[in-house]
Design a protein. Structure first.
Lengths: 111, 306
């Protein structure tokens, strides 16, 4: 996974506690195409290009719900990445983009 | 007895149109065309010369009729309507626009009714079994480029609709006449003096429109499929050098979906067909200003190693 540059520490400690779950009303299928990914959401028919980090994060969000911190750890473990503010920011940004598409849902931001 | 090929004489075509219908086969589709008192026999016999005819009592995919409007419009500013399976989905047009209307209607039949292929608004040309898909919005120079390429060694598969098999078996050809508008008509006449056109029809919704017959032998090879090797989004700009710029594959899937007629209706199968098409292809944006330069750029693509 190659991560886009992100501002260090953008997620913040509070953001790491936020919980995310997949939207049960959508059905997303992702295909890796060279340096990027194409995704199809079957219910709306939406087709979108995704950053690989978005695709990886989407795969780690399940229906039970996980915190941002859990997702960061899981991604770091599976992709052999170092946990740190840069990874946290990248994951947080990916989560926000996926939530904006309506493919995942976040709990209310703490604080 | 039904002739097996489109008759060469317009009078014979007119008789079929006014009688049992003309069972025209283009690619995988059979149209039953009917028209009485509508001036389409001449351009049909010119532009579809050699096109196979199907059995008149066999299966027809599309039952198409061009009908002259009634009432006072029979005599004053006469009009023509397109009928499809007994429906009349569009407003009538001036009678002089009958042939462009027929061509648009035939495209509409495929793009709105067919669900067995993924359909993309794109031209397709082929060489050595490898096909270039040229998706583009109107005004991008897609048809002009397509018309030029098919007079320089590329085979015409389609000018308007790329038909992508959902089982991965490649692209299917239609090999119907190429629609050219306004300046493009004279540009192609100069570029390929051997090209055969019908009489241009002025003042249509798209300006002056003429149709170009597929070059000799192209319609006869309509059943030969092509394998996608390139997806090229063309854009004509005056004086621009011919430049192919690689484009992101995932963005290409998104842009092809935007140019597709039926991808949403096909669901995941449509998406998968787009992904497979892009995986099999090198993807480019292509800007050009001169047709000779454009053809040279495509010839370089064709000589690339597989």
């Amino acid at each position: 996974v190659s991560l886009p540059a992100a501002p260090v520490g953008a997620a913040g400690a509070a953001g790491l506690e936020r919980r995310w779950r997949s939207n049960p009303l959508v059905d997303v299928h992702v295909e890796l195409l060279g340096p990027s990914c194409a995704a199809h959401e079957a219910v709306s028919g939406q087709i979108a290009a995704l950053e690989p980090v978005d695709a990886a994060v989407l795969a780690l969000v399940d229906s039970q719900g996980r915190s941002t911190a859990d997702i960061v750890l899981a991604l770091a473990q599976e992709a052999a990445l170092a946990v740190g503010p840069e990874l946290e920011s990248s994951v947080n940004e990916a989560l926000e983009r996926l939530a904006e598409r309506g493919w995942i849902e976040g709990s209310a931001a703490p604080g | 007895m039904t002739p097996t090929q489109l008759p060469a004489r317009p009078a014979d075509v007119a008789r079929l149109l006014a009688g049992p219908g003309l069972s025209l086969r283009t690619g995988p589709f059979v149209y039953r065309l009917r028209a009485r008192g509508v001036p389409i026999a001449e351009p049909l016999s010119l532009l579809y010369a050699g096109c196979p005819l199907a059995e008149a009592d066999g299966f027809h995919d599309f039952d198409v009729e061009l009908v002259r409007s009634g009432g006072v419009r029979r005599w004053v500013r006469p009009q023509v309507r397109f009928g499809f399976d007994g429906l009349r989905p569009f407003e009538p047009l001036p009678l002089a626009h009958a042939f462009p209307l027929l061509e648009w209607a035939m495209n509409w039949c495929v793009s709105s009714q067919v669900g067995t292929w993924l359909l993309i608004h794109a031209a397709v040309v082929e060489r050595g079994g490898r096909a270039v898909v040229l998706p583009a919005p109107p005004g991008s120079g897609k048809s002009t480029l397509c018309a030029a390429l098919v007079h320089r060694g590329w085979r015409l598969m389609s000018d308007e609709i790329a038909m992508v098999a959902l089982d991965g078996s490649g692209l299917r050809a239609l090999a119907r006449p190429v629609s050219l508008k306004n300046r493009s008509i004279d540009i192609i006449r100069r570029f390929a003096p051997e090209a055969v056109f019908n009489e241009p029809v002025p003042n249509t919704q798209k300006g002056t429109v003429a149709h170009m017959r597929p070059p000799a032998g192209h319609a006869e090879r309509v059943d030969v499929p092509g394998q996608a090797a390139w997806v090229v989004f063309p854009r004509w700009r005056e004086h621009a050098a011919a430049v192919l710029t690689p484009r992101d594959p995932a963005e290409t899937v998104v842009d092809l979906a935007r140019n597709s007629f039926n991808c949403p209706a096909l669901g995941r199968a449509g998406f998968q067909a787009l992904v497979d098409l892009v995986r099999a292809s090198r993807c480019f944006d292509f800007e050009y200003g001169q047709l000779d330069d454009a053809v040279e750029a495509f010839d370089r693509l064709a000589t690339e190693a597989r």
